[in-house]
Design a protein around this ligand. Sequence first.
Ligand code: CMC
Length: 427
Amino acid sequence: MSKTATLEIEGKKYEFPISVGTENEMSIDISKLRDLSGAITMDQGYKNTGACKSEITFLDGEEGILHYRGYSIEELAAKGNFLEVSYLLIFGELPTASQLQSFETDIRKYTLVNEEMKNIIDGFPKTAHPMGVLASLTSALTAFNPKAVDPNNKEELYTAVCKTMGKFLVIATWTYRKTMGYPLNYYDNTLGYVENFMNLMFKLPTEPYKANPVITQALDKLFILHADHEQNCSTSTVRMVGSSHAGLFASISAGVSALWGPLHGGANQAVLEMLEEINANGGDAAKYMDKAKDKNDPFRLMGFGHRVYKNFDPRAKIIKVAADEVLGTLGVNDPILDIAKKLEALALSDEYFVSRKLYPNVDFYSGIIYRALGIPTDMFTVMFAIGRLPGWIAQWKEMRENKEPIGRPRQIYTGSPLRSFVEVDKR
Ligand code: CMC
C-alpha cells in the first residue's frame, strides 16, 4: 500500500504521497500543496528539501556513507581510477576495458583549446584568483562552442562530455600558468589524464619533465574522492542553471563560482591558511579551538562541520590515511600535519564540537596533501573543481534527460505593503 502524509492547516487536512528511495530515504511530495491549500513550505538553506530524484550518488550523513552509482567510495578510491569513475558517474556503469580506452581517446580529441582563448586570459591581471579566471574561461568556452547540446541525442551528448572533460582540465591549469607568467602548455596525447594535469601545470619549455607517479596516483585518488557529492551547493547550481536549458559550459561555469566560496570548496584553501597561521603563531591549537567556539568571534574551524555529515566524512578518513602515506613516501615533514592532527583530536573530545556533531570534512586534510605535492594554495579549489567536473556533468545530464522543470523557488514577501510613489523633491 502506498504511504501518505497528512498535513492539517487551519483545521483542513491534506494528504500527500510519500516516496521511498533505494536506501529507504523518505520524502513527502508536496508539489500540489500550494494548489490545494495556498500555502508553501519554508526551508531556508534547503535543509529538508529534496530538489530531484537522482540515481547518481547516495549519501547517508548520519552513518558517514558515500556511494557513487552503488559502489562505496572506499572501494572506488582503492581500486578505481579517475577516468573510469568519471565514466561511471556520467554514464551509469563502470566502463569495459574498450569503453574506457575509447573514452580516454575521445577526450584526447578535444583537448586543444581555441588559441583565441589566450587573448581572454591576457586580459586578466596576474594577481587574479585562479577560480575567478576559471569561471570566466569556462563560460567563454560557450563562445567557441555556441551550438547547444541536444541532451536527447546520445552522440552529441557524448561528444559534449568528452569536450568538457578535455578542455576544462587544460584551462584549469592555464589559470595557474597565468599567475606564474609561464607559457601555456598543451595536452600531451601520449600521456594519461592525471599525468597530463601535472605536465600542463609544471612542464617548462626549458627542461624535460616527468611527473612523479606517487604524485599522480595520489591526485587520481583525490579527484575520485571529490567527483560527486549529490545536491551540494555547486551541483545544485549546475542543475538550477541548466534547468533553464542553459548550455553545459555555462552551467558548469556557474558551478565553479558556487564552489569558490569558503563555506564550500574554497574551504580547502582556507584550511591551509588557517593551519599556517596557527603554525606561525606558535602552534597553539587550543587557542584557535576557543576562538571557533566563541560566538562573538567570526572565526570558524575551517574543514570542520558539514551540512549533511553528522559523523565522520568518509572522504576525510581516506584522505587522512593518504596524507600520512604521501608525506611519508615523499619524505615531507610538514609541521602543519601535526597541527591538523592536534586540532582534530581536540575537536573530537570537545563538548562544543561533539554536541554539534562537527567532524573533519573532505577539505581538512586535502590541502596538506596538495601542498606536499607542490600544488600552490591558490589552486586548491581549482583542484576540487577538476575532481568535481564529472559529477557536475553527470548531474546536468540526468537533469536534462529526466526533463526536469525549470528551478524556481517561491518566497514569502516580508517587505512594505503597497504605498504611493513620492516625487523626489517631496521626499
Ligand atoms: N567551527 C565552529 N563552529 C561551527 C563550525 C565550524 N567549522 N561549523 C558549524 N559550527 C557551528 C555553528 O556555529 C552552529 O552553532 P550553533 O548551533 O551554536 O549556532 C552549528 O555548528 C551548526 O552550524 P551551521 O552553520 O548551522 O551548519 P550548516 O549545515 O549550515 O553549515 C558548514 C555547514 C559546512 C557551512 C559549516 O559547518 C562550516 O562553515 N564549516 C567550515 C567551512 C568548511 O569546512 N566547509 C567545507 C564543507 S565540506 C566540502 C564542501 O562542501 O565543499
